[in-house]
Design a protein around this ligand. Structure first.
Ligand code: QV4
Ligand code: CA
Length: 458
């Protein structure tokens, strides 16, 4: 339950961080549908604070559940959901329901609602003081009561034990379900009691087409704290941050690529692990450290994401960023709260400060690989001399070379035939002989990845 993404068996979503709804609709139509993406994680869609400096994180301070945000109006949101869905791409909404805006703030939110955090007054919902925990700050992550009932960086903490609070949150999610979204990222799930999240889920409708919405819960568990991802696996997928650290390290030291999934370390079972190379927090130093690989190291980042998509662990999310130089800096803007359009260059890359990692060939083209090999396990694993390769059942074969060069005959596990390298979009090919062997050649320091699938282009 709560793990079906409702996208016809597709296997990967992309986080279009801080994109406008209108641009997401276009991206579904012109790119994501063609590459086999299951869906898009969108930034919080509900009313939030506006700060003069327009940092990205203002959207994590809710004012109400009205669907008017920096990314657009409710009408634009609905248009996005429908247009994406028409081309087979679903929308997953980042829902911030642990808290409302931070103490010390008051004014008017992105949908025009008044609020005053110090008075716990959010008339746009409405929420009043009785709906919040009394103020205490989270200091000791070793105490689960404090983590759930105290305030995360002074954000006014909702009491999800309260029936009215549960009802209001469920009303918000049910509205999104009515509009056609397929699921939710639950922000700060670690700061809510699993039983309270479950009580909210029980108030939710089935999707209009049937089935429960997908859920993935943001729980940062690096080991060493009492709150474990496993407390949340009954409620859907749970973020697995240890995997990001392991993958980030392993592309720098290929010897580690053989054991990026370590259940001895307490990592989440594959059927409930929600996995990614980096996220919008840790790519800029928010939400805990670790050695995190990002677009700022493009070569290694491509390898990390390609490996994420090739491997047989978890449900995958690809990050899509904008360029930034300080950790608070908001999305590309020509001033105020407006967000710049995502423009597309002649070579398929993005302009206006949008990085669009998901359009990089060794990332975007690996989505088809993951779809093709779903349900198979890793076989013929080869790891030597900074080269890694493996087959996924008899459906696909993947190879990657740290320095960009590989020239080796390997067992692919695949039927004989000629296969296109998905990464080069057929500019290079692989011939598999009757015994399953093939001469594998990689010769591109920038995109040092090769991937072939049964039933792919030829
Ligand atoms: C500041 C001080 C506080 C002070 C307070 C009061 O730091 O010490 O008490 O003022 O005056 C912003 C500011 C932060 C500020 C706070 C309240 O950065 O300095 O507090 O607002 O006004 C994002 C950002 C935060 C941001 C927050 C709200 O990362 O910096 O805080 O949005 O705008 C843990 C959690 C995990 C969390 C992660 C960041 O377990 O759940 O930290 N991750 C999620 C999101 C993340 C988001 C939140 C949770 C909160 O992924 O993006 O935080 O919704 O690991
Ligand atoms: Ca809480």
């Amino acid at each position: 339950e709560y793990t079906d993404p409702h996208c016809d068996g597709k296997q990967t979503i992309v986080h279009l961080f801080e994109w406008k709804w209108a641009d997401i609709a276009l991206e579904c139509e012109r790119f994501l549908s063609k590459k086999g993406f299951c869906g898009v994680q969108v930034s919080p869609a509900n009313e939030h604070i506006y700060k003069d400096s327009a940092p990205w994180w203002q959207r994590y301070q809710p004012i109400s559940y009205k669907l008017q945000s920096r990314s657009g109006t409710e009408a634009e949101f609905v248009d996005m959901v429908n247009r994406c869905r028409a081309v087979g791409v679903r929308i997953y909404v980042d829902v911030v329901v642990n808290h409302m805006a931070g103490l010390g703030q008051s004014g008017v939110g992105s949908a025009g609602s008044n609020f005053n955090s110090d008075n716990y007054d959010f008339p746009g919902v409405p929420f009043t003081r009785e709906h919040f925990h009394p103020h205490c700050e989270i200091k000791n992550y070793g105490d689960p009561n404090e983590v759930r009932n105290c305030y995360l960086v002074a954000l006014t903490d909702l009491d999800q034990h309260n029936d009215y609070v549960r009802d209001k949150i469920a009303e918000f999610l049910n509205h999104l379900i009515d509009l056609g979204v397929a699921g939710f990222r639950v922000d700060a799930a670690k700061h809510m009691w699993p039983a309270d999240i479950s009580a909210i889920q029980q108030r939710l409708k089935d999707l209009p087409e049937g089935g429960r919405p997908m859920f993935y819960h943001e729980v940062i568990d690096q080991g060493g704290e009492p709150i474990k991802t496993q407390e949340y696996t009954g409620l859907g997928y749970v973020t697995e941050f240890r995997y990001s650290i392991k993958i980030g390290q392993a592309v720098q030291n290929f010897d580690q690529l053989g054991n990026v999934v370590d259940f001895g370390w307490g990592m989440t079972d594959s059927g409930h692990a929600f996995v990614f190379v980096d996220n919008h927090d840790n790519q800029r130093g928010h939400g805990g450290g670790g050695s995190i690989m990002t677009f700022k190291r493009p070569r290694e980042y491509r390898m990390a994401t390609a490996y994420l998509l090739a491997n047989d662990y978890g449900f995958t999310r690809v990050m899509s960023s904008y360029d930034f130089h300080s950790s608070d800096q908001g999305p590309p803007s020509s001033g105020g709260q407006n967000i710049k359009d995502v423009t597309i260059n002649g070579d398929g890359s993005c302009g206006n400060g949008w990085i669009c990692e998901h359009r990089w060939p060794s990332i975007g083209n690996m989505v088809a690989f993951r779809n093709a090999v779903a349900g198979t396990s890793k076989q013929n694993f080869y790891l030597q001399n900074n080269e890694v390769a493996f087959s996924r059942g008899n459906k696909g074969f993947f190879a990657m070379a740290k320095n960009g060069h590989m020239d080796k005959t390997l067992q692919t596990g695949l039927p004989a035939g000629d296969y296109c390298n998905l990464i080069t979009e057929c500019r290079t090919k692989v011939t598999v002989d009757g015994s399953g062997n093939a001469h594998i050649v990689i010769n591109d320091p920038n995109e040092p990845v090769l991937a072939i699938i049964v039933g792919g282009p030829s």
